[in-house]
Structure formats: structure tokens, C-alpha cells
Design a protein around this ligand. Sequence first.
Ligand code: ADP
Ligand code: MG
Length: 606
Amino acid sequence: MVQPRPIRDLPDELISQIAAGEVVERPASVVRELIDNALDAGASHIVIRLMAGGVRLISVEDDGAGIAAEDLPRALRRHATSKIASLNDLEHVLTMGFRGEALAAVASIADVTLTSRTAGMTHGQRLEARSGEISPAARAPGTTMEVRELFYATPARRKFLKSDATELAHCMEAVRRHALARPHVAFTVWSEGRLLHQWRACTLEQRLRDMLGEEFVSGSREVDATIGPLRIQGRVGIPTLSRAKADLQYTYVNDRPVKDRLIAHGVRAAYDDVLHGNRQPAYVLFVSIAPERVDVNVHPAKVEVRFRDSREVHQALHRAVEAALATSMPPLLQPVLPPFLPPTAHLNAVEPPRSPTISPQRLGLTPDRPPPAAAPHQPMAARSVIPMSPMQQATLLYAREEPVAPLPVEKPTLGRALAQLAGLYILAENDHGLIVVDMHAAHERIVYERLKTAFQSGHAPLPSQPLLIPAGFAATPTEMACAETESETLQQLGLDIAAIGPGRLAVRASPAALSQADPVALARSVLRDLIAHESSQHIQRAHDELLAGMACHGAIRAHRHLTLPEMDALLRDMETTLRADQCNHGRPTWRQLSLKELDGLFMRGR
Ligand code: ADP
Ligand code: MG
């Protein structure tokens, strides 16, 4: 039998040690807290010195406001802070932290020395936390925090640390997280007495270049959007810059580095269309929001935040990033052409045959519901005028033998087609040199964007085309059930699939836009996707995936011979299609090989 034990107040030191467990996971956590404090003190230059990955020494020196002599002991006390005085303050903090427990926590598990001088003091003061001893010290205004022998008092925790090199890498990551958001602050990092990094005060763009490399800056798009109460700024990497790990994702809320799942999810959603599920986008994003709409104090280490309206934040990020990614062509190669529209004669020639089984209503063609894709303010939509279905337009373009309309006088950015290579690539020439296009990937992207535009405008069903002879195929019981229960969704997608006997389904109509696709392969793929998404809550996302799968079936296959006019038509379509330079799987659809690069190949000086 368990005897009741007396309840005691914990000694202060023990409370701090327990708190330290939450605040300090590893040396990098201390680095983060100390840089937080230095930034809050208005530092313009921060020097970080590390020994043994921060386990033996972390010293952070700043040229900030300093701490008055009489406040020195208070700085290390628990729940002592200069940053808030009331609950009202709590709702308006813009500083990095105010829980007032960081230094106390660190001092409880390491050997801490605090040296500081304010502008008004003639010399500095030095406080040894262990002994409480204060002595005069020579130094310029500012503060130096030295943390030695981390976890010496809690050896069990010390055992969880990884190698010095790993801890050093984590410390550097902590510095980087802060430094990215504070380009106007200079950072210097020393390790084992050697200069490791030096970042001078500069512009944000320069800081991004210095820390993340030219590749990130040139391979990313600028984001600057104000959506509702949020301002979202920064840079998002194009899909080809994606990585296997989520190690190049920096997010900030009111300049505070955070790792917030909600933000990450909102951003990832914007990449759904252009990135394979297991690839990770690269980005640096700054979210600004009124302090009263976000609680930054929920996490002891202050890396997670809580938004008052999380949906609003999620949607704003999704939209801002999506918009930035949609402006896909590099500035040099912005499309200059008006949307290419085929001669009207073709419009009539390819009107999908109407059969009594498909009512105009289902085609979305009744007068009271005009073809939704024809909205004039949507350049993309205007191109896929129904009843001329998008893919038919494309199919026809790429299939016909007579030359297409002469090119407009402006220089096309993807140039003129020269030849087809290995049945896979289109070679074209423009002012800058050679263009190589992945034919299938590019066409897949065009078909996908068109399907999406046609599908999303008012959620009209995709125009469908009855097959002359229904295409029957053997189906599993799951497929049979899915075809029945999801018949409405299938119709929305332009597919009419019916049971024609035990274990057999038949495609009776397929999307006019995908007349090139093998109807059975298409039906099977859509059924498979639907079964996979059966329990999915994300209908929109599921639709996008369905459409992407369909686009793949509808796109021109490799090894199909294209004539020069057909190739030119594809190039013109790419120029006017949103995100045409990324295929649905995050691979590029085209590449430019400049004359300079070609010269280089042949060691030819110009
Ligand atoms: P918090 O940052 O949450 O207030 P800390 O324990 O990190 O709590 O710091 C306690 C206090 O010590 C701060 O509120 C601040 O007044 C002072 N302080 C700590 N570091 C510095 C620094 N580098 N420069 C000036 N003041 C500092
Ligand atoms: Mg602090």
C-alpha cells in the first residue's frame, strides 16, 4: 500500500532545472536564447564563440543596450524580465521573448558569467552566477553572456548530446535562423578559436545570397502579399529547387523564427500541384501579423506559436505562395505573346459531337450557364473556350498538317522549333541560344492547367465525348463499387463508366479534352485515384490529383513524331500557360542553353 507523502514546495533551483529541460535541449537552444536577448537589446553586431560544439563554451557578445549594474543579479532570476510588466503587455509583445526564464534555466544547468555595461556606466560589471560575486570589468557598452560546461549539473542530459560536430551544426543552424531575418545585424561566429563565419550587415537579398547561396536566390520567386490581416514576404523556391529533406525552410512570425506546422502546411499546399509528395520545397517566409492575433508565448523555447484564426493564416500562405509560384518564367523569358488562338474555322470543325445521351446541361452549355471557361478576364480560360475543348484544341493543333498561323511579329520567348530529338525533346532557337523542351512533360503541364481551368470555373463538368463503341474491361469488385458510388464525380470528370455484367465495366464516354487517351487506361487510373481518396477530406486536392493523372494520359506520348508547326504550336502554348516551365512532378519542362554556354562547350572566345 502506498503511503501518502507530504506535499512540498520545490526549491527554486530545482524548478529552474526542470524548466531548463524544456528550454534547453542542446547547446543550440542556448545559442538561440542568447541571440534572442542580444537582438532584443538592439545589438548591431553579435559575436558567437563556441568550444566543443557549444558544450564546453557558448559565449555571445553584443553591442546592445546593456544591463544596469543593479539589474545584473535580476537578469538571472526566474520570471525576471524587462520586457513585460502587465497582462496587457503580454498581448503586444514584439520582442523575441519575455518568459523571463531563459537565463535562469541556463544558469541552473551550466556555469554562467554575465558581463555588461550600459552607455551610462563608466565601466562594465561582471557577475559570476554560481557564487553571485560581482566585480568590475573593462568592456565597451553591451553584454557578454558566457555559458560553460552545459549540463554539468545534469549529467543524464549531457548523455543525450551528439558529437561535437553535430552540436556545432545545430548551433550554426540556430545562428542562421536568426541571421536570415536580421540582415542589418552583423554576425561573427568563432569555433575552437577559429573564425567560422562572418556575415556583415547588408540587405535581405544579400543575406539570403550569403547564407543560402546564389542558387536559392536565382531559383526562387519573391513573395510579397497582403492578405487579410497578414503580410507575407520572402522568397519561395521553384519546384526544381526542391529537396529530399525539409532543411531549407525558414519561417518567421513578426521576425521571430518559428517552426509552425500550420504555416508549413499552408506553404506545402501551394506546392501540391507542382511537387511530388515526398519532395520538400525551399523557402524563407516572413509573416507579419498584429501581435494580438498571435500568441508567441505558448512554447517554452518559443518556436511554436498559436494564431487566433488559424484558417485565415493557412489560406493566406497557400494563396500568397501559389501566386508567387505561378509567375513562373524567369524575367528574361516572360511571355511576350498574346494568347495564341487557332483560326475560328477550326473552332467549328472540332465541336464535340453531341449525342442524345449527353444533355447540353451536362456539358455546361445551357444559355443560363455560359461556358464558364470563356470569362474574358482570365487569359488562361479564354484559351480553352468550350465547346472547343482544351485538349481537342491541342490535339488538333499538334495533329494537323497545314502550317499554323504565322507567328506574331514579337519575338517568341521559347523561340522557333528546329527539330525533334530522340522522340523526346523539341529543339528550338531563340535570341539567347538553344532551347530544349521535354515534349511530354511540357504538354502534360499544358493539358493539366487547361483541365483545371475548365474544371474549376463554376465546377461545370468537363465536356465529355461518347465513344462510338463502349470500351469494356474487367474490373475488381472495388472498382465496380467505386464506379457506382462515385458515378457523379466521374461524370464531373467527363467520364461515363457503367457496369455491363458481373466483373465488367465499360467506358461509354470520356473527356473530350482527352480524346487521345486510351479510355480504359484513363478510367482505370481515375478509379484507382478515387479509391485511394475515398476517405479523403481534401476534395479539392483530390480533384487536382485526379486531373493531374488524367493530364498524363492525355499528353502526347514520347516518340510521337511532330511536325515543325506542331512543335511551334506547343512552344506558343507553353508561353501562355501558367507554370508551363514546371511539369506536374516538379521537373523542369524546358531548359535554355545560352550562346555563351555553347561557346564555352567549344572553347570559343567571343
Ligand atoms: P526574457 O528574455 O524572457 O526577458 P531572459 O531570462 O532571457 O528573459 O532575460 C532576462 C532579462 O535579462 C531580460 O528581460 C533583459 O532585461 C536582460 N538581458 C538578458 N540578456 C541581455 C542582453 N544581451 N542585453 C541586455 N539585456 C539582457
Ligand atoms: Mg530571453
